[in-house]
Design a protein around this ligand. Sequence first.
Ligand code: ASP
Ligand code: MG
Length: 418
Amino acid sequence: MKVYKFGGASVRNAEGVRNLRSIIEGERELFVIVSAMGKTTNNLEAVFDACREGNIEAAEAKITEIEAYHQQIIDELYGEPHPMGQVEGFLDDLRRFVKTVPYDAARAEERYDRTVAFGELISTTIISEWLRSSGIDNRWVDMRHCFVTQFRHKDANVLLDESAPRLRREVAGSTARVFIGQGFIGSAADGSTTTLGREGSDYSAAVVANILNAESMTVWKDVDGILNADPKIFADAVKIDALNYVDTIELAYSGAQIIHPKTIKPLQNKNIPLFVRPFGNKAAAGTRIDGEAENVNIPIIILKRNQSVLRLRSRDLSFVLEEKFPIVFSTLERFRIKTNLINNSAIELQLCTEQSWRLEEAAEVLRGEGFDTEILAEVELLTIHNYDEATLAKLDDPTRIIVRQTNPKTIRIIRSKE
Ligand code: ASP
Ligand code: MG
């Protein structure tokens, strides 16, 4: 068995879906994990946000937009107006949910998961049905029934022992040998839908590969492979041919948009190689990730945007560090706020976090715990691994620096947006 993963950008239009078909055509034993099409997850987040703000009309308008976008892809795939079928059923479910279940702040994360999961349910349904109609026999797999996750909304991990028998049963019970399943989603023991963290489809594919003892996993992307920088931001980015698991985790954690950081562990545990290959060129080799590759030694530049800095200062000038760490991090964890960099002095703690609608709430809790708080929104985190003078001279703009941490191999800079 091989596992292929196609991200949202790859299947953002009918042409992308046709290309997916040409990539999988001829494969005999294949599990395909697909993300939501294009920007659908963002649009579903907007549906959630509108509900949170009590604006049901705006939520419904957004759903209509999502519907029109998918209808167009379906029509283009079939070359004529074509009924939405099961996709309409999902959209009806979502509409009903938005209209009949009032927003409850205490269950916000659960609501978020239920809302955004529709993106993958819809994309896989469209792709599976169209592939079948165009001659590729396949089985649509509902990953909510296969992946049992932690009871933790918005960022759950898959429980391998519980999930393995379910997924194996699904595969063994099918005559089709090509499987199409959703990335990003699963369900908790109580049956509620969970998601695995934004961009979590890579992780879904890795868990499938682990459970099915796949010979390899391939992520098909709109880049040539893994590059040493984002080519959309840095013009002279170059491709890296081979990477080891450890370097890859470090890069992913720093925010390289290559692969979700949780992807590597399930692969490493079974020594399954991971390929990152260009969606537009089936002949190109891309990047190979495994346990054996040498460490990379060229500079690697990672820019993580949409960050905030949370500054905490203990009001009574007691030392922030020793006693207060647990309360700070348990609060952030409670609100699912990810910390990407920590910088501390005797009485001040600066945390670079993902932007989150929960940050202000977290700050309020921490004020109640005796901190003065300040939030700097709209900052970015620049990481340079294997830095050298030339790269630094080009990128390190002293006027924008908020925090700068230097280690022998890595520099990390929180800076204001340009
Ligand atoms: N559709 C989800 C997201 O956009 C998961 C993924 O793309 O991997 O975050
Ligand atoms: Mg995506």
